[in-house]
Design a protein around this ligand. Sequence first.
Ligand code: ADP
Ligand code: 5GP
Length: 191
Amino acid sequence: MEGKIIIVSAPSGSGKSTIIHRIMESGNVDMEFSVSATNREPRGQEVDGKDYHFLTTEDFMRGIERGDFIEYEEVYPGRFYGTLRSEVNARCAAGRNVVLDIDVKGGERVKRIFGDRAVSIFIMPPSVDELRRRLEARAVDSPESIGERVGKAEYEMTFAPKFDHVVVNDNLDKAVADTEKVILDFIGSGK
Ligand code: ADP
Ligand code: 5GP
């Protein structure tokens, strides 16, 4: 049987990476992370090939021309992110489930492409003010980048009704448990 796609989207700073990492570390869910490509610079402890495939803008554009991406978005001006076919297709064909951490537009698009083979989950922050506090506390983005992310959050939050499930990330443990339950219900089994 073909593997399934788990889409996790949210405004930046909502906690989606933290939630995905916690679920993967728990070992309760049989899914693999799709490493996206981006032309942004690595930040903090990020590792090439693990967190992202960090590409030059030129290489990213070449990837678009070659048809390497299932979808891609210019999430912030000049900064591109894309889901690579090479991260998703072979694994799904081999029956493995794949989780995508992608922006709200990409999430909506991938759900449309994969239909019932995908579940889409929107991680909702308690408020935009709390989102700003989390981005500041994460301390890896410049003040300009934080402003850009917070500025886009309200618009991104209007995408929530387009998703199959909305999980509010107020209490992290509860958000992890709620997200894990949605995924397990969808893929039909634990490990
Ligand atoms: P995203 O991947 O959506 O951009 P992150 O997972 O990096 O967001 O989370 C942003 C910051 O908020 C991180 O420093 C993370 O530790 C913190 N965080 C995540 N969830 C919560 C929560 N429920 N309460 C407080 N801080 C949180
Ligand atoms: P960050 O710079 O914080 O890692 O990511 C910024 C935004 O880009 C986040 O909303 C993240 O989910 C999104 N993103 C990461 N990978 C992809 C992708 O492959 N496609 C799309 N559309 N968005 C992505």
